[in-house]
Design a protein around this ligand. Sequence first.
Ligand code: GLN
Length: 488
Amino acid sequence: MATQHLTDLSIHELHGLLTGGEVSSEEVTRAYLARIAQVDPRVKAYITVTEEQALEQAREADRRLREGRDITPLTGIPLGIKDNMCTRGVRTTCASRILENFVSPYTATVLEKIKRQGAVILGKLNLDEFAMGSSTENSAFFPTHNPWDLERIPGGSSGGSAAATAARLCAGALGSDTGGSIRQPASHCGVVGMKPTYGRVSRFGLVAFASSLDQIGPLARDVTDCAILLNAVSGYDPKDSTSVDREVPDYTRFLEKGLDGYTVGLPEEYFVEGLDPEVEALVREAISQLEKQGARVVKVSVPHMKYAVACYYIIAPAEASSNLARYDGVKYGFRARGYKDLMEMYKKTRSEGFGAEVKRRIMIGTYALSAGYYDAYYKKASRVRTLITRDFMKAFEKCDVLATPVAPTAAFRIGEKTEDPLQMYLSDIFTIATNLAGIPGISVPCGLTGEGLPVGLQLMAGHFEEHKALRAAYNLEQALGARTWPEV
Ligand code: GLN
């Protein structure tokens, strides 16, 4: 089989070929490695490619496949990992100078899980430094390019994961989402991306940004692959006390055609000024497709959502400033040279090791938590967060899923928003409230703009109701039919 073709297949298609003995995992892995060598110099999705390990894992998967032992839907499937998940023996950089050469002594639970299931890990993917950003331009190493238009950003912060999945540089990927970092790049790159319910997936070994918001989730070429990856990473982990001990259903079981008896809520607060008319038209068309599949569409309201960005930019930086206090040149990674005393060592290390956006967040967060300001900022933001969560709970009394845009515009040009942090923050206006409420959200492709740029539809559901969002997403995907992939 032509190697180019192998990299175009979905996880479930590859699984059929692997278990049917038509192709080996080593062949598939070599096809991906060849494509990475050929295409990634333009896309720049990978920070580290782990070629040797990948081939070794592929050969082990092939043994399992031959012997018919412990075969799972991921056995022999090459995946990419956002470089903020710890891997023993391979560096975990978070796209930061401060962790440039950091090798974790342990591996993240999600990676232990997918490795046990026989997945092949191709390498570690680019992101905004410490997952702070919406464009992957905040990587300390290099920006990632959108495979649909190399002059544009892939979204962020899981820009490497989304771009690699779209450019067929991996069969699927894991990302993390604190305020939109899986869904927004998925939308901009035309792939499926899901942020699960807070607590659905273990965060053990995910380098912490904002611990009450962070969640790991899949980026995939279609909804079925997304469900397969979600199956693989979900579940309770004693090493993460915020993971929830609750049965994990087989999410692929819910991918059924037809939405009879389904109610889709349209929250009016998401269809507002600033939403690009072309994006809005594609999103509304997608919603009418859901209606054609049998869903009933109702108007709902989440009135406090208008405070979500302000609320997030207190809570996330506050948690970040405390999480990032550990990078002081003593225990991890980088230490500056040429200091006179301990205090100067701290200062130089942090000044040289962190990029501008990370410093901005640390300053905002430290300010918001400081004595005398805590009540005015952090406490107030926490209260607003509760109001936002209640709004969602109320909305879900009237509907199964909420349908909204993912991002106000399609992918913007590299450099377009780097001088204006506020504009950058507003690219997450539609994704942030989901994290504040802890509910699941998926971005599913709903078409291309006139310029040929992908746009996603966001579907949100109640806590632990991933299956509802997946089912609606699956129906949209089926209704829209065959998709094209970017030539790159
Ligand atoms: N863009 C948002 C931020 O910069 C969200 C990032 C994320 O989800 N990790 O904080």
